[in-house]
Design a protein around this ligand. Structure first.
Ligand code: AMP
Ligand code: MG
Length: 348
């Protein structure tokens, strides 16, 4: 049985990748590099090592470029420079930054502000709180909340500009940038002629075509609590992305409560619910952002949101009163059932 303060964690297992295929002589190559505060792993099938390494290098170069644009940790990232300047006048931003901010703004509208990349002042406060072990005071939380709010951010796609309403606003793309980076890395790999690849950035994975002779990339979703095996799910995915959010090792424990690194923009507080959300979508930018959004919305509202989004699927685990509950969206059930059907027909 899990204790109340044991963070609920989901793991992704990359299962059963195929051996080299004789007919086309495709071989699996794997590379790993640290980027965006985590490890990015690339797996791809190629006819030769030279092409595999060239594609991986190009993909990692694209991820580096995106980190330089989207990071809120790097003081001179495009995001931070643009944020500082955009409080006085509209600032021209790159297509990458516009794409991510536009998607964020759209999701803020669809979730009534549960997802909000303008919460940077709050995330900074809670990061400091995790370092010091001290809960932020209500005055500091209220002051930071005053500098947040997606309606204070204005994007003009025709002129390619960003404008912010207030001084000292801070944008934080931590909930969406890794999914976008995985998509973009995969696009680079495809452009270099490699059909079957995956890019994994801890909880955010994106896939192109299936591995040779496989129905998809085999992904296991597992709660770390060994007693809760009924909550294991296995999916075969291609031309898709999967993300997990919520359950975390990054939390502040103070005053008998545990506060997640995910913030409820309405209250300014770290989430206290013990929830772990897995989403599946066509693109990583959508899966990554939606997983964070559903964590904030909680099980009921989160599932209602997912059912209203074409192409989005979710699996939610919540620990309540000492026991674990699992809920799946209709589309997620279909994805998981496809796999069961394949097992029954001996085709896994
Ligand atoms: P993820 O791991 O994708 O769920 O993203 C978590 C990160 O997103 C946090 O570490 C913050 O940087 C940021 N974040 C926290 N709360 C929110 C929120 N309500 N909306 C958007 N981003 C958030
Ligand atoms: Mg996310």
């Amino acid at each position: 049985m899990s204790s109340r303060f044991l963070p609920l964690l989901l793991t992704f297992l990359l299962l059963g990748t195929a051996p080299a295929r004789e007919v086309t002589r495709l071989t699996l190559y794997e590379t790993v590099e640290p980027h965006m505060g985590t490890l990015f792993k690339i797996k791809l099938y190629s006819t030769d090592k030279q092409s595999a390494m060239a594609a991986s290098r190009a993909a990692f170069a694209r991820i580096t470029q995106l980190d330089d644009r989207l990071s809120d940790y790097k003081p001179d990232s495009e995001l931070n420079l643009a944020t500082r300047a955009a409080t006085s006048h509209p600032v021209h931003i790159s297509n990458d930054l516009m794409t991510v901010l536009k998607a964020s703004q759209k999701l803020s509208g669809a979730t009534d502000g549960a997802f909000d990349v303008t919460i940077g002042s709050l995330t900074k406060l809670w990061r400091n709180a995790r370092t010091s072990g001290q809960l932020p005071g209500s005055a500091a939380i209220n002051a930071a909340r005053g500098r947040c709010g997606y309606r204070k951010m204005h994007l003009d796609e025709s002129s390619g500009t960003l404008k912010l309403d207030m001084e000292n606003m801070q944008l934080d793309l931590g909930a969406i940038a890794k999914g976008y980076a995985a998509d973009q890395a995969l696009a680079v790999i495809s452009q270099m002629g490699i059909q079957s690849a995956l890019v994994a950035a801890s909880g955010d994975l994106a896939f192109s075509e299936s591995p040779p002779d496989q129905p998809g990339w085999k992904i296991g979703i597992d709660s770390l609590d060994g007693a809760d095996k009924p909550f294991t799910r296995v999916l075969f995915l291609s031309n898709a992305a999967v993300s997990t959010s919520g359950g975390t090792e990054q939390f502040l424990q103070a005053g008998g409560h545990r506060f997640s690194h995910i913030i409820n923009p309405e209250t300014g507080m770290g989430l206290e619910s013990d929830i772990a959300v897995t989403t599946v979508s066509r693109y990583g930018i959508t899966a990554d952002a939606a997983a964070t959004a559903v964590s904030v919305l909680g099980c009921d509202k989160g599932l209602a949101f997912v059912e209203g989004q074409p192409g989005l699927a979710a699996f939610i685990l919540e620990q309540k009163d000492g026991h674990l509950e699992g809920r799946e969206s209709a589309r997620f059930k279909t994805l998981a059932q496809d796999y069961s059907a394949k097992i029954q027909h001996g085709n896994n």
